[in-house]
Write a protein that binds this ligand. Structure first.
Ligand code: HAM
Length: 410
């Protein structure tokens, strides 16, 4: 028997309904903040992803050559593609642009619970606003979106300039290596790297920076940073808005394009793969042939949110099982159409089963049975049976629809 590819999942209808419900809540919050959806291709020129992050990232991607000999990659994330699209299509549009997406990404990772090779992100990109207000609003949106899903999480906010200031006199590749160690909380690796550079004195201040949760203390450890005022304003706005977060200057972010504020959220009830959101301020446009433009955004790891929510997302819509005898079939088709026109999910027997078997099936799959036998076909009325309570009524079609609408999903 053929199986699905490693690291991918099939989603049955119950799961899809639960996913769509959560997706809908995320969309609604994004809409309220003025974000409009965009869509980019599933695959892009490989260069789009290697330009900033180097060839090393190829290890983590699905890379292939198309029939024209072009090197392509399935997108491992969507930010780079959105900025490419912005340069191609919307460079001159009034700023800021507020764009969001819900789309699948592909990473060649070792699969485990919460870590997949195909996974979905709900992300936003705020393009062209380079202010503390922009940074703060993006974090507020992140917090509101996660709240709308119902997950319980910890939000951590940091700023790269602190860490960058401490390692500013290292060569850029070494700065990146230090960041990578900190991103992975790999302190042994950090110590080894600093030793090889003969810079072990940095270990104490980097460790202190990673451990402090206090802004003033972080300024003291990192020394004067040019973004001080902006950081203070951003944090001030978050406090004024009542956002729940903790400061964490150890956030280094795995992707290489971040420049300023960075933030991550962690689900409280997940194990190793508990990061459910990551983002920050970044600059990418100049790499892709556009003018330099400041952006800020984040992506929610949708699958991890769903794992965190567990099986709490029960089906919401009311289902009608339309049950009829052969004499009632013509009328049942009309009745079915009327229920569907009223927006009610209605499933008619297509198996030519007897009335009893149809009712048995309806009891398993529906909330109400609408029964149309010869008597109903002649009288124009229908029998409505509430399958949860067993209560049964003979009603006119309009009344029956009103009754179902009033009862909701019981
Ligand atoms: P990222 O942190 O690489 O950031 O991914 C965002 C989120 O996607 C993660 O926090 C995690 O929840 C989820 N995720 C990542 N890899 C996997 C996987 N293998 N399986 C399941 N979920 C996964 C970005 O991708 C940036 N583009 C975010 C951003 C947008 N920054 C600015 N704008």
């Amino acid at each position: 028997m053929l199986q699905k590819p490693r690291g991918t999942r099939d989603f049955l209808p119950d799961e899809m309904e639960a996913r769509r419900a959560v997706e809908g809540r995320l969309r609604e919050v994004a809409r309220r903040y003025g974000y409009r959806e965009v869509c980019t291709p599933e695959f892009e020129d490989l260069e789009l992803f290697t330009m900033r992050s180097g060839e090393g990232i190829i290890e983590e991607m699905y890379v292939f050559e198309d029939k024209g000999g072009r090197k392509m990659a399935l997108r491992p994330e969507i930010t780079a593609a959105v900025i490419r699209m912005y340069i191609n299509e919307s460079k001159v549009a009034p700023k800021p642009l507020r764009w969001c997406y819900y789309a699948d990404c592909f990473r060649y990772e070792r699969p485990q619970k919460g870590r997949y090779r195909q996974f979905w992100q709900f992300g936003v990109e705020l393009i062209g606003a380079d202010t503390a207000a922009a940074d703060a609003e993006t974090i507020m949106l992140a917090s509101d979106m996660l709240n709308a899903t119902g997950v319980t999480y910890d939000l951590k906010v940091g700023h790269l300039s602190f860490m960058k200031n401490l390692v500013r006199d290292l060569e850029p590749p070494m700065q990146r290596r230090v960041r990578a160690h900190l991103d992975k909380k790999d302190f042994d690796g950090l110590n080894a790297t600093l030793e090889s550079l003969d810079r072990t004195e940095l270990a104490a201040s980097l460790t202190a920076l990673v451990n402090t949760r206090d802004l003033e203390e972080a300024f003291e450890i990192a020394g004067t940073i040019p973004e001080k005022e902006r950081v203070e304003q951003t944090i001030g706005s978050l406090d004024a808005a009542g956002i729940k977060y903790s400061l964490n200057f150890g956030i280094a972010r795995g992707l290489d394009y971040y420049t300023g504020i960075v933030f991550e959220a962690f689900a409280q009830n997940l194990g190793a793969e508990n990061q459910i959101l990551g983002g920050g301020a970044y600059r990418l446009a100049h790499l892709f042939g556009g003018d330099d433009v400041a952006s800020c955004g984040f992506a929610i790891g949708f699958d991890r949110v769903m794992v965190s929510l567990g099986d709490t997302q029960a089906r919401k819509d009311t289902v009608i099982g339309l049950v009829c005898t052969s004499e009632g079939r013509k009328r049942a088709v009309e009745v079915g159409r009327a229920f569907r026109d009223a927006g009610i999910r209605t499933e008619m027997d297509l198996m030519e089963r007897g009335l009893g078997a149809q009712l048995q099936h309806a009891a398993k799959s529906a909330d109400f049975a609408v029964v149309i036998g010869q008597r109903e076909a002649e009288s124009g009325e229908i029998t409505l049976k509430n399958l949860k309570t067993g209560e049964q009524k003979t009603l006119g079609l309009r009344e029956a629809i009103a009754e179902v609408e009033a009862r909701g999903s019981c």
